[in-house]
Design a protein around this ligand. Structure first.
Ligand code: AMP
Length: 124
């Protein structure tokens, strides 16, 4: 079910539980600002999710409310994950779904990182 991007943050969302270590994930990266783990239903050869530790519903919420330090930390974490996975060359794609039309299902900001294959057109 797509989420309402204007809803308040829900502490029981699945990524909040992963961040608290209450449910398992295939964690591939973590630092002060973010964690990254493999998507449970991959849409490409490489499909990794990068999630800020802070409680933000969506990119909209994050870009409007997060302190600059936290935004910088998260953006750098996304870049590090891509570099550590060796994706810079030949390339990769980032995607953040926002709200109902964006198809966002988990109400905690996450960036999808796709790679490991030619990714084709931007929107299928
Ligand atoms: P979105 O539609 O942008 O909210 O994407 C949510 C993504 O989270 C989907 O690609 C799901 O496959 C993925 N997902 C849901 N639950 C889990 C989980 N427990 N571990 C890893 N990925 C998950």
């Amino acid at each position: 079910m797509p989420i309402d991007a204007t809803a308040p943050y829900d502490d029981d969302n699945i990524f909040a539980k992963i961040l608290r270590g209450e449910i398992p994930s295939t964690k591939v990266y973590e630092d002060e600002w973010a964690i990254a783990f493999e998507d449970i239903n991959p849409q490409a050869e490489i499909h990794t999710l990068v999630v800020p530790r802070g409680k933000y519903v969506s990119w909209d919420d994050f870009s409007a409310k997060a302190p600059d330090e936290e935004i910088a930390g998260f953006v750098r974490a996304v870049g590090k994950v891509a570099r550590e996975k060796g994706l810079v060359e030949p390339g990769y794609r980032l995607l953040a779904n926002v709200g109902a039309d964006g198809g966002q299902e988990v109400p905690h900001l996450h960036v999808h990182l796709f790679g490991g294959q030619k990714l084709g057109r931007m929107i299928a």
